[in-house]
Design a protein around this ligand. Structure first.
Ligand code: AMP
Length: 591
């Protein structure tokens, strides 16, 4: 291993291997090989680049390079005309490949621009050039970005050009997920998968895969002890398990008493307050502060301490009535935000507290966290604590559930009040159980599924997709297993919008982390999440969700699946998991 830096040409060779593999295990082997060749002080940069980013996802560093500018960069790097690059782009259908061909072709013109031979770029140089591109602002910034990019391309190998261009366009998409990186880190630096849970825990509280990688590469597992909760760095959110029968809550949760809170149909938010600076993160850990100036004001005006991390759900209200998630989503816009703040006002229901004045609250019990939350926040008409009851009586819970539904909510969230009811960052466990009303079907809930493929449409739908191949997330294996083909429920608007949304995730072979027996017309990298309802879960000889777990050679499928909505607030690893499906299937059998 070189102690200086690894050459980007070597990284690009590995990127190509990652791009081609159809197996997740092979992906981990390739990553291990690459990590072993990378000096620990560059490993963070490598991890960001593997994910097509420059820094931790939540920092949302934008390169600000549009397609036209990247095209110009390729032309400039290789002394080609814009038309020539445009032609290559048309021929290859991918600007990354076009840049690679341009690099092969344009070697002659090169010297004019670089005044020398191509030298091997290091990973560090590539990363720091991208940072400079991101930081270029103000007048003349477009030219500056263009020059840095052209410089990078002209100094890179042909294959390197392919990946530099894709990173520039934010379209790298190697199919490597955070969890795959964590697996490879455990293997490479601790020699065993056994340390994976500890690595994952630190990732869950820091949301920064590069930071975790660097610590573990430099100091092994003990290096992780330095990483704690920090304001401004979102914590991966705790999630709830689901149940079909209310009566099972007690059995699953253990303990005597538990709380039942209203389950709001809004947007989950994690709010970081640092004095007057208030930042809001979504459940995908995107910063959504700009979208919620009203929430920022509620917090500034009514939270009595300087430093806190809180969680709550913002719900649209109209004439005092709580509105649906769909209504709230009309606020998701780049422009006219203030106008929509007035049109669609929100109430914020706070339900958790994760950090106070330098102290992490993650390991404190839910009753302690809630008690402190109530001490530091003054309730107003728009800033409330989640309504709840604490009891051991199931009839009271049932009554509260009815009330919650009547107030326009989705159902209830039961929360353990035990001493060990800690905040489990990033986990979906039995400390929180959601219970929603089963209105329409034998399924106790709608499902959030990741789109992994599409089948061509016929008749009226020819030219668009006839059905989407949807998958559940297998958390243990970090793969996506197919559950259904969804061909109904789409409005005309959906039929227009979905192909546009999906286009950027197209890939010409089965992605490595997808397990499918079905060969769709088009594959997609797992990214887009959709909400689907259905009649029931059945055994299936073609779908792979939970394969062999109920019966040999059989997976699970949904009968009569129907598309409901896009769930862009959810990430693919927040899709319904295979374990949840197994629970749902078993509960169904009991009825
Ligand atoms: P689901 O999205 O169906 O997995 O349900 C979990 C989500 O319910 C959380 O991510 C929150 O957005 C939402 N939620 C609504 N009310 C509450 C509450 N009182 N406590 C925790 N989460 C809640």
């Amino acid at each position: 291993m070189s102690s200086e830096s690894i050459l980007f040409s070597e990284v690009a060779e590995h990127f190509e291997k990652l791009e081609k593999t159809q197996s997740r295990l092979e992906m981990i082997d390739i990553l291990e090989e690459l990590f072993n060749d990378t000096p620990p002080n560059s490993i963070d940069k490598l991890c960001y680049l593997l994910l097509g980013e420059i820094d931790a996802d939540f920092k949302h560093i934008k390169l600000g390079l549009g397609e036209k500018l990247v095209q110009k960069g390729v032309a400039k790097a290789f002394s080609l005309s814009n038309e020539e690059v445009e032609k290559l782009f048309r021929e290859t259908g991918d600007l990354g490949e076009a840049a690679e061909v341009a690099s092969e072709k344009g070697s002659k013109g090169l010297k004019a621009f670089t005044k020398g031979e191509r030298k091997g770029l290091s990973l560090k140089e590539v990363h720091s050039s991208f940072l400079k591109i991101a930081n270029a602002e103000g007048s003349g910034s477009q030219d500056k970005k263009l020059n840095i990019l052209a410089g990078l391309l002209s100094n890179s190998t042909n294959k390197g050009c392919r990946y530099i261009t894709r990173i520039a366009l934010s379209k790298l998409r190697l199919g490597v997920g955070d969890m795959t990186i964590l697996d490879a880190l455990a293997e490479t630096y601790t020699g065993s998968k056994d340390n994976r849970p500890q690595i994952e825990h630190i990732y869950n509280i820091s949301s920064d895969v590069g930071l975790v990688a660097k610590k573990v590469a430099e100091d092994g597992v003990s290096g992780l002890d330095d990483v704690g909760v920090e304001i401004g760095r979102p914590i991966r959110m705790m999630l709830a398990q689901r149940l079909k029968k209310l009566s099972e809550i007690k059995e699953k949760m253990g303990g005597d008493e538990f709380a039942a809170e209203e389950k709001y149909d809004g947007e989950r938010m994690q709010i970081h307050k640092d004095g007057e600076n208030v930042r809001v993160f979504s459940r995908r850990l995107e910063e959504i502060t700009k979208q919620y100036p009203d929430v920022v004001e509620y917090i500034k005006d009514n939270v009595d301490i300087d430093e806190a991390i809180m969680e709550g759900e913002a719900v649209a209200v109209q004439d005092g009535e709580l509105q649906s998630f769909q209504k709230l989503m009309r606020r998701k816009r780049k422009y006219d935000i203030e106008e929509f703040v007035d049109k669609i006002p929100v109430k914020l229901f706070l339900f958790d507290l994760l950090y106070v004045e330098g102290e992490s609250y993650l390991k404190k019990s839910y009753p302690k966290r809630r008690e402190k939350l109530e001490q530091i926040v003054d309730e107003t008409d728009n800033l409330k604590f989640s309504r709840r009851i604490v009891t051991d009586n199931l009839d009271k819970i049932d009554e509260f559930f009815e009330e919650s539904i009547n107030r326009g909510n989705e159902g209830i969230l039961a929360k353990s009040c035990d001493e060990d009811s800690v905040y489990r960052a990033g986990a979906r466990e039995w400390l929180w159980i959601k219970w929603k009303k089963d209105y329409t079907s034998k399924l106790s809930d709608t499902l959030d599924l990741t789109v992994v493929g599409a089948l061509a449409g016929k008749g009226r739908r020819s030219g668009t997709y006839g059905a989407l191949l949807c998958a559940a997330y297998n958390h243990e294996k970090d793969v996506f297993e197919t559950l259904c083909k969804v061909g109904t429920g789409f409005t005309d608007e959906d039929l227009e919008l979905l192909p546009k949304k999906l286009e950027e995730f197209e890939i010409d072979h089965k992605p490595a982390r997808v397990v499918s027996e079905i060969e769709p017309t088009q594959w997609f990298q797992p990214n887009l999440v959709v909400e689907v309802e259905g009649a029931e879960l059945t055994k299936s000889p073609v779908h792979t969700a939970g394969l062999d777990r109920i019966e040999e050679d059989k997976g699970l499928a949904i009968r009569f699946p129907r598309y409901l909505n896009l769930r862009e607030d959810k990430s693919p690893d927040e899709s319904t998991t295979v374990s949840e499906l197994m629970e749902m299937y078993e509960n169904q059998e009991k009825i």
